[in-house]
Design a protein around this ligand. Structure first.
Ligand code: HH2
Length: 398
């Protein structure tokens, strides 16, 4: 993570729906003439009062529309057609000193927004992410998970379930032994290992898809990464145990960094955001930077806005509505909405009856550019993504 990107948190906030998807269609034929028709808006933060006027003047001189907001505001929105943004490329400090740093951030945010494919290196080889998102099947080896607690506590049943999910089309399996539902009791690391070891011993060797380990503890990861785990999925996004990143780095594991506010015990105690999607995006940049400082290459990191982790209904909805903004982070995105309580609030249904509601979030995620979807119901999710992909794929065939 570039430190000025962390400071300015640049995000493409508009021009991210049909305009861009339509653009993909013409990419191979008539890209350039369209560049001066496609509107794009980028929001940047922390533009200090001292340089603000000069920055605005320099942008306006280059044909941007600049929205400055209220007096005292440090955010700016700059909007223009896509070709305008080319004027910000490779700008030396001598050309427009007040603009140079910001221009770099803006250009990176716009380029990242267009990124369609990623290769994420894991401890078990590369994970290729394309237009169709991958499905991560959930395996909870817990007595108390919110929707399937107790079902897969027996290691044989858990192993069987993992293979069943692969048969149904899961591209990865995420195994965890500590529930993170709001208010869940923490599990001591010895107990977490006791639950996981017999399952991971078998799956690490024999599962034909990458195994992801849902843990927040370095001692658990250290032990299990030797048994074939490819990815470490940390719901605390390195808040709980910063050494987790070092453990992942030593073994060459990929990491999922999830956004959380507080801990699973406290996270639903009146969470508040100024601007949920922007705040979470900024926090993910900071977590990515922490992982990098611990030796995890950015190319190994997947980011997750953490649906349900310290968020009210409206925060979850804000994040899902604005998922495309998170693409400016330049890393693949994962979402986990499966059966979560906000879906219960919207539909009035119990956890095991939230399949259709979960599916709606899968479709939104896929259409907004999410690359991995974490779900309980693999079979249904795979079907949804096959149909979406068949339809969406035609946009590239023109
Ligand atoms: N959600 C849960 C657990 N792990 N990991 C990521 N990256 N993203 C998520 O949204 C996420 C996650 C919670 O869901 P579940 O595993 O079904 O429940 P529990 O924590 O009660 O076991």
């Amino acid at each position: 993570m570039n430190s000025s990107d962390r400071l300015h948190n640049p995000r493409v906030i508009a021009g991210t729906t049909s305009g861009f998807e339509g653009f993909q269609r013409f990419r191979s034929r008539v890209v350039d003439p369209l560049r001066n028709l496609l509107p794009v808006a980028v929001e940047v933060e922390a533009v200090p009062p001292a340089t603000r006027e000069a920055v605005v003047a320099a942008l306006e001189a280059r044909g941007f529309f600049v929205h400055e907001g209220e007096p005292g505001e440090t955010r700016l929105v700059l909007a223009g057609t896509l070709d305008r943004f080319d004027l910000l490329r490779g700008m030396g400090p001598d050309a427009a000193p007040e603009l140079a740093e910001l221009a770099g951030c803006v250009v990176r945010a716009v380029d990242a927004r267009f990124e369609e494919t990623f290769v994420v290196e894991t401890a078990r080889g590369p994970l290729r992410l394309g237009r169709r998102p991958l499905v991560m099947g959930i395996l909870n080896v817990t007595p108390d998970s919110f929707s399937d607690g107790g079902r897969f506590e027996d290691p044989d049943v858990a192993v069987e379930r993992a293979f069943e999910m692969v048969e149904q089309g899961a591209d990865l399996v995420d195994v965890g032994a500590e529930s993170t539902r709001p208010g869940a009791t923490p599990v001591p690391p010895e107990e977490e290992l006791r639950r996981l070891l017999p399952v991971v011993r078998v799956l690490g060797e024999s599962l034909p898809v990458p195994l992801s380990l849902d843990t927040r503890r370095s001692e658990v990861a250290e032990r299990l990464l030797d048994l074939g785990v490819a990815i470490v999925n940390d719901v605390t996004g390195l808040d709980h145990d910063p050494r987790l990143a070092e453990a992942a780095a030593r073994r060459g594991a990929a990491m999922v960094l999830n956004h959380i506010r507080g801990t699973p015990q406290t996270m639903q105690d009146a969470p508040r955001y100024d601007d949920a999607a922007a705040d979470i995006c900024r926090s993910l940049r900071e977590r990515l930077e922490r992982a990098q400082r611990a030796g995890v290459a950015a190319e190994r990191v997947i980011l997750d806005p953490g649906i349900g982790f310290g968020k009210r209904l409206e925060d979850n909805l804000d994040v899902l509505a604005r998922l495309a903004e998170f693409r400016s982070l330049g890393r693949p995105l994962l979402i986990g909405c499966s059966r979560k309580s906000f879906l219960g609030l919207l539909t009035g249904r119990a956890p095991e009856e939230r399949t259709a509601a979960t599916t709606a979030t899968t479709a939104i995620g896929a259409l907004r550019g999410v690359k991995l979807i974490r779900v309980h119901e693999v079979k249904e999710t795979v079907d949804v993504l096959k149909v979406l992909d068949a339809i969406d794929g035609r946009l590239e065939m023109a």
